[in-house]
Design a protein around this ligand. Structure first.
Ligand code: UDP
Ligand code: MG
Length: 152
């Protein structure tokens, strides 16, 4: 397992509007993950249709994608050992009602359609999503000096 696995984590419009940006970023920072890209944007329908390709056409998709366009999103990429699966754990279950306290959704959400964050579900999805949301030059290369205190 490498320490350079990457995952795409987004703070959805509800997370931004509710002032949860720094709290959510902090969950990843304090765990030890390395922030390699971050930006704020209003997502287009086109971007969302590509991002959520697996959900386009499902009954919930029109409402969900309209919600995703209802305000800015904070898009981030985090790097570290097992970043994708550990990131999903930090987020909690898709439905906040099923998320354990201590997870982001379990601490900050109630309803499925307002679950405050997105996280890639596999390494393949992560690579696809990172390419979709970021240009190559927006992924920043630098040394994480605390790495030796995080990894044995
Ligand atoms: N979603 C929804 N209604 C549904 C199913 C999903 O609003 O019936 C939303 C929910 O916010 C979820 C997103 O669509 O985060 C993508 O669904 P997915 O199953 O991929 O969950 P995730 O990967 O975000 O946990
Ligand atoms: Mg998903």
């Amino acid at each position: 397992m490498t320490n350079t696995e990457r995952t795409f984590i987004a703070i959805k419009p509800d997370g931004v509007q509710r002032g949860l940006v720094t709290k959510i970023l902090n969950r990843f920072e304090q765990r030890g993950y390395k922030l390699v890209a971050i930006k704020m944007l209003n997502a287009s329908q086109e971007l969302l249709d590509q991002h959520y390709a697996e959900h386009v056409g499902k009954p919930f998709y029109p409402k969900m994608s309209a919600f995703m366009r209802s305000g800015p999103i904070v898009a981030t990429v985090w790097e570290g050992k097992d970043a994708v699966q550990q990131g999903r754990k930090l987020l909690g279950a898709t439905n906040p009602a099923d998320s354990l306290p201590g997870t982001i959704r379990g601490d900050f959400g109630i309803d499925l359609g307002r679950n405050v964050c997105h996280g890639s579900d596999s390494v393949e999805s992560a690579n696809r999503e990172i390419k979709l949301w970021f240009k190559a030059e927006e992924l920043v290369t630098y040394e994480q000096f605390q790495a030796k205190w995080i990894y044995e």
